[in-house]
Ligand binder design. Sequence first.
Ligand SMILES: Nc1nc2c(ncn2[C@@H]2O[C@H](COP(=O)(O)OP(=O)(O)OP(=O)(O)O)[C@@H](O)[C@H]2O)c(=O)[nH]1
Length: 344
Amino acid sequence: MKYAQLVIGPAGSGKSSYCRAMQQHCQTTKRSVHVVNLDPAADDLVYDVSFDIRELIGLDDVAEELELGPNGGLIFCMEYFMENIEWFQNKIGDYEDDYLFIDCPGQIELYRQLLEKMGYRMCSLYLLDCNFIGDGSKFISGILSSLSAMLQLELPHINLLTKVDLLESETKRNKESDDSANDNETKGNEKEKEQENEEDEEEALLDLSHLDEYFDPDITELINKVNASTSRKYFQMTKAIGDLIQCYNMVSFLPFSCRHVQLIENILRHCDHCMQFGEDAEPKDPVDWDNASSNNKDDTLDDDAQSNQDKTGMANVLEHMMRSNGNDIDFTGSHGYDGDNPRA
Ligand SMILES: Nc1nc2c(ncn2[C@@H]2O[C@H](COP(=O)(O)OP(=O)(O)OP(=O)(O)O)[C@@H](O)[C@H]2O)c(=O)[nH]1
């Protein structure tokens, strides 16, 4: 099976960093994955890239040679890419049976259709910088574009609030300043306090409970907050947007930070689950039947006799297993193991 994660989101939301974090994590856990860059506007890549659209066309070259701006340049790159689609097909052909992370630009719909035709199981990840939650309007626009990606792509989809370590640090900083205010009274026991602080920090690392309301946002509340701080003339429009989001009721977020291995593992697990990764893998048999029987092969026996001998070998193993479970069963004669009838 072939698997691909399509990583999308606004500029600077952390797509490249996500791919790097996943690549590093998979290297550590000895899992074979590849990262592909399909963004012609990418600068320096922070991960080891398996293939890169900039080998075909890059935004800088287009801007220089055709004197196009960033948007026009990107459209040209995508059109050029479409005209040379066999380049992509050849490149991706080298990664049959692999798990790909694809760092995507805007026009992702294009890639989805191609990869689907090539038999990839895919999921899309929409990344939203957690700074968006600080401003109700920005957060609503983030939710709206994530909803639009979900509806357009029609793929198993996960939304991530990225860089949550930044919000956590703020909480920690506040906590530290509170602690230092109380410090004057309890200076004597500093070593003990330092230890306590370290433990608290470790615990605090994954305490994201203060962000719960953003992971599964209450749209009515959000709209009310936005309306409270904007002009009355926008009320109806904001409410209509809120109604639209609520009518689909599909957008929720999971936390992500490149700095927390638990969060990386958690997201990878979600993606594996929604792509049914490894579903077609064969279970590993603790007993190597093939080698066991081929090692014991006796050249002097004909095929029937050899097959009977193999069955006897398996019967011995089963007998041993049953005996070690406390069951003393006669595996020979009429109650013996019958390889042709697994129910026997
Ligand atoms: N603190 C923190 N910073 C992060 C994290 N992920 C990304 N960043 C920073 O956010 C900035 C943007 O990250 P990128 O990975 O380049 O984002 P991008 O979406 O690939 O950006 P474009 O390719 O320009 O669209 C970089 O300075 C990263 O170091 C994170 O989990 N925590």
